[in-house]
Design a protein around this ligand. Structure first.
Ligand SMILES: Nc1ncnc2c1ncn2[C@@H]1O[C@H](COP(=O)(O)OP(=O)(O)OP(=O)(O)O)[C@@H](O)[C@H]1O
Length: 590
């Protein structure tokens, strides 16, 4: 019941609705309980009475019938409405709160979590698991309690009719519960495996949907389908196992439940033969034993539902409890305008905790200047930006802005100061204007257009069928790589941040577009601090300082001229690139 502890605050918030629903339930269930007693009265006192005349009997019968019909329509029906409405409303509100918290958790999670897990698996928790809790809540907060109370009341009335028969009935019901409890453990284990695997399968399917076009290019459709068949077969086996355990549980318990009224009536008949029990009492007793079947069946059926919901609940709270390592400190400071310098002091970092991607790196970035990181692929250039934007935290060393450790800053104020363009820019499946507006939600149309002109994006946007209102498709599939890059640049121009981080920001552009965007970036340099990452050294020759990274270490730094003079690794890279561009007119390296 560990999951219940985490769940309790959600339930507590809806306690008024639950209490109201609970009160409604009591009436709805307890009123029908009076029926067998009324039947007993009719049999033993009214129908067989010698002292009452026919018309008296008819009069009383009519009165009893009128009271019963009145009570059922005037009390039971409205109470049924109250019960259904309040319970469902409370359940829905809790599901909404859980979904809201799960979504907030998605935003709080570290970049590492997304690198290690498939998004489809997270989605499965959000939809499947949360929905599974609905049945659990109905069972635990409504049915289990109500049925237990109803059962208690039935047993209470039965005791007044015959103690020994009641004891026999309770014993038989006890055996049913013990069996149901025992078998529900097996159902729970099977459910856990089933739900865990469903998440894995959701992750697989979502990834394959996203990569469906790549599957065509690699002719991987058959392989993908075979893999899916493998998943489905395994899932089917798990589902079968769960179904068979559930069926075994219900079948064993149902047979006991079916035979119970007969056994009790057979035993009760002995008392009637002895004359210690009236026939009316035995009929009433039979009605109550039969009435026990519904709450007992409901309670027994609740076992697998509670087991399944408990697993779902545990999975959701496990997800909500994933520790967040890149977290904001309590009382974090707000970063004002960037005034002086960013410094990396002996920074080391490994994504997997052991293989260092940055090794003892130190450098300083001063306000208003342009810096570049160059070097071999996989050398750790992008990682510098990942650490600076706190997607990951450095394992050793300190990163500071204007002398304040970035771990002491609020995440929002840190990221507010920065504008990022990468090779793989994420666009939402909305219009171009809305995508650009992400950078500044209250931007006017004129501001958006001005930013787009600066990023050399305005002309191509206007040439699209719906201009700025063109929908870009999922992840921006309807745009070319270069167009997406220019939209990302437009966002940065619009955001107008203090520090601009460009990670291969012009790599997808043709020569002409790149030249123009570079000109825009040149204009942006005034008053801004720019950190660029580039393979093509031609794009960084104007940087005030270039850091050359090799295997996670800064092996050289200086401006383009001094680095060439140093005759080191930078020059080697530079000459290699020039050799790949035979015609001097093609090379824009000055
Ligand atoms: N999220 C991640 N999880 C684990 N390893 C990662 C992750 N991101 C990058 N790496 C690894 O860290 C190393 C440095 O990656 P990084 O992206 O910083 O290199 P880079 O110099 O920017 O390379 P490129 O020029 O090819 O973009 C690489 O070996 C890469 O495989």
């Amino acid at each position: 019941m560990k999951e219940m502890r985490a769940f309790w605050p959600y339930v507590r918030r809806e306690r008024k609705l639950y209490l109201l629903g609970f009160a409604g339930s009591l009436f709805r269930f307890l009123i029908p309980l009076s029926v067998p007693l009324v039947v007993k009265y009719l049999f033993d006192d009214l129908l067989r009475s010698d002292s009452l005349t026919r018309s008296d009997k008819l009069g009383q019968l009519l009165l009893v019938a009128a009271i019963m019909v009145g009570v059922f329509f005037a009390v039971r029906a409205p109470m049924e409405y109250v019960r259904q409405y309040c319970m469902n409303r409370a359940n829905n509100r809790i599901l909404t709160a859980l979904r809201r918290d799960a979504f907030a958790k998605v935003h709080a999670l570290d970049a590492k979590y997304f690198a290690d897990n498939r998004s489809g698996e997270i989605g499965a928790r959000f939809f499947d698991d949360v929905e599974k809790i609905r049945g659990y809540m109905t069972a635990v907060f409504s049915n289990v309690w109500i049925e237990t109370i109803v059962l208690g009341c039935v047993v209470g009335v039965m005791v007044t009719l015959n103690g020994q028969l009641t004891a026999l009935s309770v014993l038989l019901v006890g055996v049913q519960f013990a069996l149901a409890h025992l078998l529900s453990k097996k159902v729970k284990a099977a459910t856990r495996s089933l739900m865990g695997y469903r998440s894995v399968m959701s992750g697989f399917v979502l990834e394959k949907i996203q990569g469906a076009l790549w599957a065509k290019l690699f002719q991987a459709e058959k392989r993908d389908r075979e893999q899916l068949d493998g998943h489905l077969e395994h899932y089917d086996r798990l589902a079968d196992r769960q179904a068979s355990r559930q069926a075994l549980s219900l079948a064993s318990v149902n047979v006991l439940s079916d035979i119970t009224p007969f056994l009790v009536v057979a035993a009760g008949s002995l008392f009637v033969i002895d004359g210690s029990l009236s026939l009316g009492s035995l009929i009433a007793f039979f009605a109550y034993v039969d009435r026990m079947r519904a709450p007992v069946a409901a309670l027994v059926q609740a076992f697998p539902i509670v087991a399944e919901g408990g697993v779902a609940l545990q999975r959701i709270f496990d997800f909500l409890a994933i520790p967040v390592t890149v977290a904001e400190k309590e009382g974090a400071r707000t970063l004002g305008r960037f005034a002086d310098a960013i410094s990396f002091e002996r920074v080391s970092f490994a994504y997997n905790g052991k293989d260092k991607v940055l090794d003892n790196v130190s450098f300083r970035i001063e306000r208003g200047k342009t810096y570049a990181f160059v070097g071999e692929s996989g050398g750790g250039k992008s990682t510098v930006l990942q650490l600076l934007t706190r997607m990951y935290d450095a394992d050793e060393g300190t990163i500071a802005i204007d002398g304040i450790d970035i771990k002491d800053l609020s995440l929002a104020s840190l990221r507010e100061r920065m504008g990022v363009v990468t090779q793989d820019n994420f666009l939402y499946s909305v219009s171009i204007a809305e995508n650009i507006r992400m950078a500044k939600p209250d931007a006017s149309e004129e501001e958006i257009r001005a930013a787009a002109r600066q990023a050399y994006a305005h002309d191509f946007i206007c040439a699209l069928p719906d201009g700025y209102e063109t929908e870009v498709g999922e992840r921006g599939v309807k745009l070319s790589g270069g167009q997406k890059q220019r939209i990302a640049l437009t966002r940065v121009f619009l955001k107008n941040p203090d520090v601009v981080l460009l990670d291969e920001a012009t790599s997808a552009l043709d020569n002409e577009s790149e030249k123009r965007v570079q000109e825009s970036i040149e204009r942006m340099r005034r008053g801004k601090t720019i950190v660029m990452i580039a393979h093509r050294l031609s794009t960084v020759v104007h940087a005030d300082r270039i850091f050359v990274l090799k295997q996670g270490r800064i092996v050289e730094s200086g401006n383009h001229r001094t680095l060439l003079q140093a005759n080191g690794y930078y020059k080697e890279l530079y000459e290699k690139q020039n050799a790949e561009r035979p015609s001097p007119s093609e090379s824009r390296v000055s």
